[in-house]
Structures are given as structure tokens and as C-alpha cells.
Design a protein. Structure first.
Length: 600
């Protein structure tokens, strides 16, 4: 079982009180005024001193996330990364830095990333204080150990994504004493926060490893570790002596006996000058896995927790979501904890089987209207399992541009044959292009900024295009995973150069015992869906079928195919012949049984 743990935090008021009490510098961004984004660094007088705002302002809008009346709001504009910078030094060094942060809730915001930096030479040079932070959607706090002596100043840089809010920036003095820091997956855990050990199947055990480190300059003596809560236990770790720079690992397990949320706590007792009693809450949720099809999941309300499975079609090509599909439908899955910079935390390959338990969400909607965006799995609590032994080669489903535009294959890996781009030149990241094929009108192709398509040449002739079907702002788009998904020259079938509206396309097909129980294919639903997919893909004018063995199922097929009408032979034999035709092309005047001159 592979999983990744994310954090949720306690009510803000309790954290802010503790942080302010310990802090020697505390900036709440309440005293200044700046209502527009300066294109050059602009000085703003705040309670702690002068700060420089660059592509940043002090936001008071309801869509700004804040504790109080206002908070700093940062953005990236063109090649300029927004930032807020102390234009003064803090004396007595820095022990830890903490602040509140969240993505703003304006339209289009989300997936923000920031970098905390410090300078010990009055801003002439800057050092990264750890890795970049992925900004959460809800206002949360983070605490970073600095442990630098002397004069120091800080800045926060907006590195990627939508607008973000920063509030309640706090710095403690450097201490010569022992100093405790607790981390997980290279992320600092704040005092008083909640460690969410995630979804766990009833009766199984989920373990979480935490690292206790000594960031001070004296010996850290951990005297004991206590874990409360019937479902939580300390598996390994305990009293330990850590010299400056040393660390020790502890393991906490969670075993849910039933469905529901369970709570506990973890307390580390030590001689640390910053947190002699380092306490966090523990929380986990038990669930009973009931895997359903992706098609069933897509029909459920947004916010429903589901378990679905399939085979992976896209991993880290888009830096999230990961996409997978079963026999009938596809879906994406994304969580902030899965991506850190360019590193992807799902150890899998294309075609590996995956089962995911998460919450249905919708992103990139048109004006917030449901059904106009990309349906995906998300949420802070999730579980997934990879089955590499069930790997299968994932072949894209052949569709037309018309089928792409109608959104029939959202979340699926598809191929469009003989596609033509309306424009030439080179692809640009995060840009949209118009495509068409011989059978239908215009559709949309988008270049994802994280793929290697940026700078590649746009094909000047008919090409085969492979990619994932996205839904964005009410439109369906094809997004290729890399340049390998584009065939410079697609195979053109004889007659493909003749527009389909100028040809009569006729298909004959013997469908073995179509819709019949007891004979033919075992899975009638799979047969039905496959037949429907083939018909929609070929997009022919007339289909002549044999072995139609269930009139009701055949009529259902005809009803679900837009623009088609079906006829079925009227005789007592179980396996019948039938026609399916496009109403805009064929008009039947009469039909009946062909019997004259026949032997039966």
C-alpha cells in the first residue's frame, strides 16, 4: 500500500496566540495600505517596519484569506514573481519562522507555490529556507527552523500558480539552547497542528513516520513520548539523546475498527528551549472500500467519497492530475501532496493498475456552473494502491474531432486520426489551438505548460494526435502528454482526402449474439458499450448488422446514438438482421422482409 500524508491544522485563534507569545517579531499586515500591484518594489510602512511589495498588495477583499481585516496577496505577472520583503534587519538572529498562508479564492486561483528566503547581508544575497511550499486551499500555518545568529531579514516569493495570501508572519530569536523540530517528508510540523494520517481501510494498519531533530546548539534530551487515543499507538521510538544536528525517527500507527473519524494526540517531552512539550493532535478516518466503476462515480454528486480503479494513462506529464481509466470511462486524480516541484510521489508506470479512494471534485468550471469543468478525484484524505503485476498496454480510443467537442470521452486517453491544425509555427505552453479532421468541424488542442511540447513545431500536414480529453470552462480539449503523442504524418486511408459529407459510408458487421444472455460474450454491458464506441468512432451513414438477439437492447442502442434510427427484421428467429442509419443522410420510404425467390 502506498500513500502520502497531508496536514490539516487547528483553529487559527489558538495557534496565533501561541505564536505571538513566543515571537520576537510579529507582523499581522493590518496597519499598512496598498491596493494595487506595483510593477517595481514599493515600500509600505507596517507595524514591524518597512516592507517592499513587488507584484503584491494588502488585500481586504472577501476572497482574500486572512486572520483579521487584511493580509498580503502575491501573484506572478509575466516573468516577474511577486514578493514581500523585509527592508530592515531583525537583530538577535532567528530561531523559527511561522506564517499563515492559503490560495486566494478569486476565479482562477489555486495551485500556488511560494519560497521562503533569508538574507544575512542586508539583502545583497538570499538563501532558500528549505524547499518550496505548495500553498493549501484553506488558511493554514507552517513553521520553519532557521537557527541563524546575527542580523537577518526575510522575504516570501510567489513562484508559481494563482494568487496567494500570507498573514501573521512571526520570527523567534535564535537560542543557544537545545531546539526541537519535528518533520515528516521534509515538511515541518507546527506545534498544535493536526497530523492527518489519512484514510485507512477498516482493520488494516497505517503507519506514519516522524523525525525529531535538534536544531539548537546544546544536547536535546527527549525524556518520553506519549500517544493517546485507542486507535493510535507508538510503534517505535522513545527517549533519546540528540546532539546538535542529529535526528531520530518515531513511528505512529493507526488501526480503525469501524468507519468514521478517530482522534488522538502525540506529545514529546524534552529539554528544548522552544517547545519543552511538543504536542500535536492525531486524526484518521476508517472506511470500508467498495470499488465502483468510473462511470458510476461520474454520476455521483460532487463531494462524494468513492473508490474506483483502472489503468494509468498519464502520470507526471501534466504535474497532476494523474489519469486512469477502466473499460468505459476515465478520470483524473490530483492532490497537493503528490507533487513537490518536479518530483512525483506515485511510484508507478503507464498501464499499471491503480485503485484510488478520494473525493469527487470539479475544477476549471465556467462561472462556477456544475458540469462545465474537469471532474477529478481530490481532497486531503485519500488512499491508493498500485498493482504493477496487472500492467497492460494502454491503447488510445480512436475518436473524431466531433466526438472530442461533444465531451463523450472526458478523462480518456484517445487518438484523433488525420488531424489538421488551423495555424502553423511552434507550440507555446498553456496555449490553445484549433484542429479539425475530415469528418467534422473544429475542436480544441491545448499545450500543457509542463510538457515538452513548448517550442516544438506545429505539424503542417495531417497528423495523428494522442492525448487526454480535458474539460475546461465548458469546452473539451485534447492535451498531449509529450511530443511522442504526435505523429508527424498520420496514415491516410484511401478516400480520406474526400470530405465525409461527400461520401456514403456503409458498414456491415456480424455482432455475435448481440444482447443475448447465455450465448456469445459473457459481459453484455461491455459488448453494448464497445459496439456503441465503434459506431461513434466510424461515424458511418449506414450499418447493416447480423445476429441481433435482443430487440430491446438494440432499440436502446439506437436511442442512445444521436442522429441515428434503427430498423430490425420482423421474424421469429432469435438472431435477426438489422439496419442503423443516419437520419440526415438516409430517408426510408418503406421496408419489409425480403422473401421472393428465397428457399426459406
Amino acid at each position: 500500500m502506498k500513500f502520502f500524508t497531508v496536514f490539516s491544522f487547528l483553529a487559527l485563534s489558538g495557534f496565533i496566540f501561541n505564536t505571538h507569545a513566543d515571537a520576537q517579531l510579529f507582523e499581522d499586515f493590518e496597519s499598512g495600505t496598498l491596493t494595487s500591484y506595483p510593477t517595481d518594489p514599493q515600500a509600505v510602512e507596517l507595524e514591524t517596519g518597512v516592507w517592499l511589495f513587488h507584484q503584491a498588495l494588502l488585500g481586504r477583499d472577501d476572497r482574500d484569506q486572512k486572520n483579521g481585516e487584511q493580509s498580503a496577496r502575491l501573484r506572478t505577472s509575466g516573468a516577474t514573481n511577486g514578493s514581500i520583503t523585509m527592508d530592515f534587519d531583525k537583530t538577535n538572529g532567528a530561531g523559527t519562522v511561522s506564517f499563515l498562508f492559503a490560495n486566494s479564492t478569486f476565479f482562477g486561483d489555486g495551485d500556488g507555490e511560494i519560497q521562503l528566503q533569508y538574507s544575512t547581508d542586508q539583502g545583497d544575497s538570499w538563501n532558500d529556507a528549505g524547499p518550496e511550499f505548495e500553498v493549501p486551499d484553506q488558511l493554514q500555518t507552517t513553521e520553519v527552523a532557521i537557527n541563524q545568529t546575527g542580523n537577518i531579514r526575510f522575504r516570501i516569493v510567489h513562484t508559481e500558480g494563482g494568487r496567494v495570501n500570507i498573514d501573521d508572519f512571526s520570527v523567534t530569536d535564535f537560542s543557544d539552547d537545545a531546539s526541537i523540530v519535528v518533520t515528516q517528508n521534509n515538511t515541518n510540523i507546527a506545534l498544535g497542528s493536526t497530523l492527518d494520517v489519512n484514510l485507512t481501510q477498516i482493520g488494516s494498519v497505517r503507519s506514519s513516520q516522524l523525525i525529531i531533530g535538534n536544531n539548537g546548539n546544546q544536547t536535546l534530551e527527549v525524556s518520553s513520548i506519549e500517544v493517546s487515543g485507542e486507535t493510535f499507538s507508538l510503534v517505535s521510538g522513545g527517549a533519546v539523546t540528540l546532539e546538535p544536528g542529529e535526528s531520530s525517527t518515531i513511528t505512529v500507527s493507526f488501526t480503525p475498527p469501524a468507519e468514521g473519524v478517530f482522534e488522538g494526540s502525540l506529545t514529546i517531552f524534552s529539554n528544548a528551549s522552544n517547545h519543552p512539550e511538543f504536542s500535536i493532535d492525531l486524526e484518521g478516518e476508517g472506511f470500508e472500500r467498495n470499488v465502483i466503476s468510473i462511470s458510476e462515480a461520474r454520476d455521483l454528486p460532487i463531494g462524494t467519497q468513492v473508490s474506483v480503479g483502472g489503468w494509468i494513462t498519464a502520470l507526471d506529464e501534466f504535474r497532476g492530475p494523474l489519469f486512469f481509466e477502466d473499460f468505459f470511462a476515465g478520470i483524473g486524480w490530483y492532490n497537493e501532496g503528490l507533487m513537490r516541484g518536479n518530483q512525483f510521489f506515485v511510484n508507478a508506470s503507464h498501464g499499471d493498475s491503480i485503485v484510488v479512494t478520494a473525493t469527487l471534485k470539479e475544477v476549471d468550471t465556467l462561472g462556477g456552473q456544475p458540469g462545465t469543468g474537469l471532474l477529478k478525484l481530490g481532497g486531503d484524505r485519500f488512499e491508493f494502491e498500485i498493482f504493477p503485476e496487472s500492467n497492460r498496454e494502454m491503447m488510445p480510443t480512436l475518436i473524431s474531432v466531433d466526438q472530442l467537442s461533444r465531451g463523450n470521452f472526458r478523462g480518456r486517453l484517445v487518438r484523433i486520426n488525420s488531424a489538421v491544425f488551423a495555424s502553423g509555427g511552434t507550440f507555446q505552453g498553456n496555449s490553445q489551438y484549433t484542429i479539425s479532421d475530415r469528418t467534422s468541424g473544429a475542436g480544441l488542442f491545448r499545450v500543457n505548460q509542463f510538457t515538452n511540447l513548448s517550442g516544438a513545431s506545429i505539424p503542417s500536414q495531417r497528423s495523428g494526435l494522442i492525448g487526454i480529453v480535458w474539460q475546461r470552462n465548458g469546452n473539451s480539449e485534447l492535451q498531449a502528454r509529450s511530443t511522442d503523442d504526435i505523429d508527424p504524418v498520420a496514415y491516410v486511408y484511401p478516400g480520406d482526402d474526400i470530405p465525409q459529407e461527400h461520401t456514403l459510408d456503409v458498414v456491415t458487421w456480424n455482432i455475435e449474439w448481440f444482447g443475448f444472455d447465455g450465448e456469445g460474450p459473457i459481459n453484455n454491458e461491455l459488448q453494448f458499450q464497445n459496439v456503441k464506441t465503434v459506431i461513434e468512432t466510424l461515424n458511418a451513414d449506414v450499418y447493416a448488422f447480423q445476429e441481433i438477439a435482443n430487440n430491446a437492447v438494440y432499440n436502446q442502442l439506437a436511442n442512445e446514438l444521436e442522429g441515428y434510427t434503427g430498423l430490425i427484421a420482423n421474424y421469429t428467429q432469435t438472431q435477426k438482421t438489422a439496419y442503423l442509419y443516419r437520419e440526415s443522410t438516409i430517408n426510408d420510404l418503406n421496408f419489409g422482409l425480403l422473401s421472393a425467390g428465397q428457399n426459406s
